[in-house]
Ligand binder design. Structure first.
Ligand code: ATP
Ligand code: MG
Length: 331
């Protein structure tokens, strides 16, 4: 079948994938494989901006790719999965794009300011250049569609702008991508306040055992006004209820809504029901993950082949870019 275009997305190898990654991004990674040529990248260079300790990058790369494959990303269907640093042309494109990247805009991006707040002891140049490197990731593959969570919206907008600027100055070489969101573009963490994030440790890992899932779900913050078991609850402000809407059959969701408002059900029981449905939903994932991990070379073989195929595209596009910019050809 003729594909509609190219999809690109990446994620930082900073831990196993969680429910936020799954609901906000991976669901689309998997679905888009039917209609697009898909490229999914382990952005290890991006991980260096926040990691003080880089010792676990290799382990996390393995774990994350295992999660992706178990979730249904399928190299057999032509999908490319590779490690960012294995295809170094991206750093060349990053350097070239940095020459047209407006510094004022980078300094004003909310994502940059947030990182500065989070790690005042490590405000490095890479943090500021993060969106430029991300633009290079996407532009290097001329991707048209980028499945991401809502937290990446400003970065995607930055990518579109820098691609337009490049094309304006140097000719129509790069492609302006569209962000693609799921129905749940911002999943809250178990704290019920912040975006679910590996770095905030407010997440539920997809690869968790049923016991771990029960334990994490038990920690979830519910309606703060519901102090006692006899207080009526407000499902509309409760993160557990928003999860029920995703994982629990609609009839039971209605019942829980009613029972919560009338204090007919307590938060502990409500969480237990949600955890049960989540565990059931993830069972096929856990089985596939266990099966795939029996061959420890499988992930690395997928990544080797992915890097080989990604390099073919990257080498071609970087030549077009250098040519358009006017850099002297090597003779
Ligand atoms: P870190 O804390 O290390 O940044 P993370 O948990 O934010 O990790 P990323 O690797 O940065 O995860 O994100 C991978 C993809 O998952 C991105 O497309 C991102 O937008 C999406 N994503 C991450 N967290 C959420 C969330 N809570 N809800 C929806 N999408 C999310
Ligand atoms: Mg993140």
């Amino acid at each position: 079948m003729e594909k509609k275009g190219r999809v690109f997305s990446g994620a930082r190898p900073t831990g196993r994938q969680h429910l936020g990654n799954y609901l906000g991004a991976i669901r689309n990674y998997v679905a888009l494989q039917d209609e697009y040529d898909c490229i999914y990248c382990v952005v290890d260079l991006h991980a260096l901006t926040t990691l003080q300790d880089t010792q676990r990058l290799r382990e996390w790369t393995y774990e994350m790719v295992l999660d992706w494959l178990a979730a249904g990303i399928d190299p057999e269907r032509g999908t490319i999965v590779f490690v960012q640093s294995h295809v170094p042309q991206v750093t060349e494109l990053h350097t070239i794009l940095s020459m047209i990247a407006p510094l004022g805009k980078l300094l004003r991006l909310p994502t940059y300011k947030e990182k500065v707040r989070q790690q005042p002891e490590n405000v490095n140049y890479g943090l500021l250049g993060y969106p430029v490197l991300m633009a290079a990731d996407i532009a290097l593959y001329k991707a048209t569609v980028v499945p991401v969570g809502e937290d990446q919206a400003s970065h995607l907008e930055f990518t579109r702008e820098i691609v337009r600027t490049f094309n304006y100055h140097f000719g129509p070489v790069l492609v302006e991508p569209q962000a693609k969101y799921t129905e749940t573009p911002r999943v809250l963490g178990i704290d019920g306040v912040n975006k679910m994030s590996k770095s905030l440790n407010n997440h539920i890992e997809l690869a968790s055992s049923p016991e771990e899932i029960y334990a994490r779900v038990h920690m979830m913050v519910t309606d703060p006004q519901r102090q006692r078991r006899s207080d009526p609850g407000r499902p509309e402000v409760c993160n557990v209820f928003s999860m029920h809407k995703i994982f629990t059959p609609p009839e039971q969701v209605k019942q829980i809504d009613h029972d919560c408002r009338t204090a007919g059900i307590g938060c502990v029981e409500c969480k237990r029901i949600f955890a049960g449905h989540l565990i059931e939903h993830l069972a096929p994932f856990r089985e596939r993950r266990a099966r795939l991990s029996q061959d420890p070379d499988y992930v690395w073989n997928v990544l080797r082949e992915g890097a080989r195929r990604a390099s073919v595209i990257a080498s071609q596009v970087i030549e077009e870019v250098k040519d358009a910019v006017g850099l002297p050809k090597r003779r």
